[in-house]
Design a protein around this ligand. Structure first.
Ligand code: ADP
Length: 601
């Protein structure tokens, strides 16, 4: 796993990939779902079109059958006799004459009626007397006649009133079905038309649905709204239509090619669809899915008065279990592909990050090694240069001393002054070279770390400074205990000695140096050694500068020095894996803090 900034970049890229992946999957699933639904809707629309054309074909069949039978002059004559007899016998069912005419008419049409039933799936053959509709003869139910149907059979009433053939779906007293009705009108002797009434041939939806189910991979049903049926049909016929377990829907099954029509209708309603409008939906039942297309069934009156709405619905459904499972499978594959793509991308990303990381690390290692080499070279150069400079400088200083001792009397005041400058310069240069050597020795002559008692280090440093302490009258208090640390005792003594010497040196003129040395631990548990003085202090903005080489805040006239001491101290601290910093002493002066790893854990 990458670290730091790379880890953040890795996480951001991972997040971006994950989001792109998720969006991609969501869009894919959405499109697949939409395409699935679109194809079902299209199939539904073409199923509806096929149904409509089959229905109009059936309607035409009924109409042509009615036209043929009604066109038979014998049928017309017998119907007229019946009409006249009913009129003469007080209307309604009429009397014996009417019964005779009815029987004769029945006998006349019976043979062709049987044929029409068998070959053309007809279900009703009904002679209605006009005006309006008075049932004269139901060939399909010969015992039922004499009832008025004006309020339930608008199709018959319209055919009679308008004297034109009419067709459509309509619910009667016995059946609901597809009907064709033609007016029967005779010509009188004086050529005036004598409208007798209407002949109607009807069939159920069942043969139509059966034919469609046979020729397509569909199941179909025609369902009627229960209130509509209740208003129109005689109860004994109506009851036969209600589905088993009736009440599942407020409807009856007029015709169906499979038993699940009512449960599907109920499922559509539960799914929020209105099955009496047009639409296609997938519903699930008993582990199977069905694509159900539904559209309104409008009866004859509804086609003339659309505001009445449909009297029922046509359901066309097919088993969509396989298609639905295929969609679910393709969605699962989509998700799996996306996960696989995501994992592959992540692996590639990780490999790329690792490779780049390795490359960068190798480059850093190379550069670090080069830097270390050049540092070493530089230190060696400083060491060699300062070491080799000492010899000629010693010669210059020696001869300047000789000059002073032997020829001082021969020089005038200016000569004395020049000689003093030269001797001071040589001394300063000697001190600088000495300090430079010290600096280069920090790394070139480092010794292995050993446990060191800081109390001994401080004592040794004070020993070396005995003269300076005595001269200045400095008061140095050491607050025990001081801890043990791991390091090079000589270098640490050099460091502490430098800090104490500076504390004694950088004092206002005439002030007695008061120094305090104590120890504690920082939050990380590292050992800290503090050296506080009451000296001149260090301005805030100079606190880093004083640790750089040759950086001094004073001229040699004010305070002597080479400007290397603190650079050496910091170098020693860093060599020990520690730090050296300076802060203001709240009571005046400065506090230098050396932080080092303690000897014990
Ligand atoms: P040197 O003392 O040889 O000049 P150092 O590196 O020891 O060089 O110190 C650098 C500068 O830091 C000094 O010139 C002095 O201005 C300042 N300095 C060091 N120690 C103290 C101190 N205890 N109080 C005030 N100033 C100090």
């Amino acid at each position: 796993m990458p670290r730091g900034r790379s880890a953040r970049l890795f996480l951001v890229l991972t997040l971006i990939f994950a989001i792109i992946d998720a969006v991609f999957v969501a869009v894919n699933i959405r499109f697949a779902g939409d395409a699935f639904r679109d194809s079902l809707t299209q199939e539904g629309a073409s199923a509806r079109a096929v149904f409509q054309s089959a229905l109009s074909q059936t309607t035409r069949d009924m109409l042509s059958l009615a036209t043929f039978i009604a066109g038979d002059p014998e049928v017309q004559a017998l119907f007229r006799q019946g009409r006249d007899a009913v009129r003469a016998e007080g209307g309604g069912a009429g009397g014996s004459r009417a019964a005779q005419a009815r029987a004769a008419l029945m006998a006349k049409v019976s043979p062709s009626w049987r044929l029409v039933q068998e070959r053309f799936d007809a279900r009703q053959l009904h002679f209605h007397l006009g005006p309006g509709s008075l049932s004269f003869l139901r060939v399909h139910a010969p015992g039922k006649f004499g009832d008025r149907l004006d309020d339930v059979r608008p199709l018959i009433v319209a055919a009679d009133r308008e004297q034109t053939p009419q067709s459509g779906f309509e619910t009667g007293r016995i059946y609901a079905g597809v009907r064709g009705a033609v007016p029967i009108t005779l010509q009188d002797m004086d050529d005036t038309p004598d409208p007798l009434g209407v002949l109607e041939v009807g069939t159920s939806m069942q043969p139509l649905l059966d034919t469609l189910a046979r020729n397509h991979d569909w199941s179909l049903a025609a369902l009627l709204r229960a209130p509509h049926v209740r208003d129109a049909m005689w109860s004994e016929y109506r009851n036969a239509l209600f589905p088993a377990g009736g009440g599942a829907c407020d409807c009856v099954v007029e015709a169906a090619t499979a038993p699940e029509a009512v449960p599907l209708l109920k499922l559509l309603e539960e799914d929020g669809a209105d099955p009496f409008t047009a639409g296609t939906r997938v519903v699930s039942r008993q582990d199977r899915s069905y694509a159900v297309t539904h559209f309104p069934l409008v009866d004859f009156l509804g086609t003339r008065h659309p505001e009445r709405g449909p009297v029922g619905t046509i359901l066309i459904w097919r088993d969509a279990t396989e298609a639905t499972r295929a969609l679910a499978r393709s969605n699962t594959f989509n998700v799996l592909y996306a996960i696989a793509a995501f994992i592959s991308l992540e692996i590639l990303l990780l490999i790329a990050f690792r490779a780049v990381g390795r490359h960068l690390r190798a480059e850093i290692d190379d550069k670090t090694a080069a830097l270390a080499r050049s540092n070493r070279d530089l230190e060696e150069f400083v060491y060699i240069a300062s070491h080799d400079l000492r010899e000629p400088l010693r010669m210059v200083a020696g001869y300047l001393g000789l000059l002073e001792r032997r020829y001082a009397n021969n020089l005038d005041n200016r000569g004395h002054e020049f000689l003093t400058y030269a001797i001071n310069g040589a001394r300063r240069m000697e001190a600088m070279i000495h300090d430079l050597l010290d600096l280069s020795r920090v790394s070139t002559q480092a010794r292995p770390a050993v446990p060191v008692r800081l109390s001994e280090v401080v004592e040794d440093a004070m020993d070396s400074l005995r003269a300076a302490i005595a001269d200045s009258g400095a008061e140095i208090s050491i607050e025990a205990p001081l801890p043990d640390i791991l390091g090079d005792p000589a270098q640490l003594t050099r460091l502490v000695q430098n800090l104490l010497a500076n504390g004694i040196k950088y004092q206002p003129t005439g002030q007695r140096p008061i120094l305090r040395v104590w120890s504690d631990r920082d939050e990380a548990g590292h050992c800290r050694l503090h050296v506080a003085d009451n000296g001149i202090g260090i301005p805030d903005d100079q606190r880093e500068r004083i640790f750089q080489m040759f950086q001094r805040l004073h001229t040699p006239g004010e305070y002597d020095g080479s400007g290397i001491g603190l650079a050496v101290c910091r170098r020693i601290a860093e060599h020990h894996g520690g730090t050296l910093t300076v802060e203001d002493n709240p009571v005046g002066g400065s506090v230098f803090t050396l932080t080092l790893p303690c000897a014990e854990a």
